[in-house]
Design a protein around this ligand. Structure first.
Ligand code: HEC
Ligand code: HEC
Length: 233
């Protein structure tokens, strides 16, 4: 999984090769954005895996990488919000705080796209198998989280709904949890996730979506820590 493969060397090469946003050709901006996106995915995955350590490197990159030249004042403001949120991820001392800051960052990405009149298109990814055993189950959760994340960043209504609908349809089964030694607390987390997904299917407010997403991934991470689940490690 990406969390571990996160490659600082590649990012460094990218940063030094990066040229100005406004001055650059379209492909360079797209490239730059792709790296943002990879870093954001690495952060999301680490929080879900329950690893606070894993968020630091990509967050530091997002906070510190060269600001492209020739930006408009409005672009500068958007980038400053992304950086401030990245700084908050970096300094987070709990999964919850990291999740909140990461979601604010996703919101900031989405705000600049909206203001720039950009529609970010994400590749269609097939839904994982819906066999009711737990690995595919968790893979559906991950798939849902990825789509919702894209929903925030895009911002994309379609991605958001694809993710939240699937999550809503896939409650964790208490007997599966019991097999992993999950007690009432784990069952509570699982319930909370499905409540959140119900809220997620109805809200169209980006700020609310960011809040739901934050609580949602923090819950995934806490349950994995609680049950000692190895996720992407
Ligand atoms: C300063 C404004 C701004 C900010 C901030 C911003 N973006 Fe973008 N983003 C753009 C623009 C403009 C494009 C369109 C680039 C193009 O396709 O030429 C874009 C395109 C993208 C794309 C599509 C790239 C492709 O392959 O076509 C992705 C993915 C993306 N952004 C992710 C992010 C993420 C993640 C963040 C936050 C960490 C972010 N962006 C923050 C302006 C911004
Ligand atoms: C109630 C506890 C609980 C919650 C909540 C939970 N998980 Fe899991 N998750 C587990 C357990 C237990 C495993 C380990 C399964 C195993 O080891 O076979 C696991 C494993 C995983 C895996 C690895 C599966 C694989 O293919 O090896 C992923 C990915 C995952 N979870 C994603 C998520 C996401 C995303 C969420 C949030 C929507 C989430 N999980 C919420 C308990 C939970």
């Amino acid at each position: 999984m990406r969390t571990n493969n996160y490659n600082v060397a590649v990012l460094t090469v990218f940063v030094s090769g990066c040229i100005g946003l406004a001055a650059a050709q379209e492909t360079d901006v797209a490239d730059h954005m792709q790296h943002h996106n990879d870093a954001m995915i690495a952060i999301q995955r680490s929080i879900i895996a329950g690893s606070l350590d894993g968020v630091r490197e990509p967050a530091r990159w997002l906070q510190e990488h060269d600001k492209p030249a020739g930006l408009t004042a409005a672009d500068e403001d958007f980038i400053d919000s992304v950086r401030a949120a990245a700084g908050a991820v970096l300094e987070a001392d709990s999964l919850e705080a990291a999740a909140e800051a990461a979601s604010q960052m996703g919101l900031a990405c989405g705000n600049c796209h909206l203001a720039s009149g950009v529609t970010v298109e994400f590749d269609e990814v097939d839904r994982p198998s819906d066999k009711e055993t737990e690995k595919p189950h968790m893979q559906r959760h991950q798939w849902a989280a990825d789509r919702m994340w894209e929903g925030l960043i895009g911002p994309s209504q379609t991605s958001w709904h694809r993710g939240s609908d699937l999550l809503f349809e896939s409650p964790v089964k208490p007997d599966v949890l019991a097999r992993h030694g999950g007690g009432d607390e784990a069952i509570g987390m699982s319930r909370r996730i499905h409540q959140l997904s119900a809220n997620a299917t109805v809200t169209s407010d980006p700020g609310e979506r960011a809040e739901i997403f934050a609580e949602f991934i923090a819950n995934c991470g806490s349950c994995h820590v609680e049950l000692g689940a190895r996720v992407g490690r």
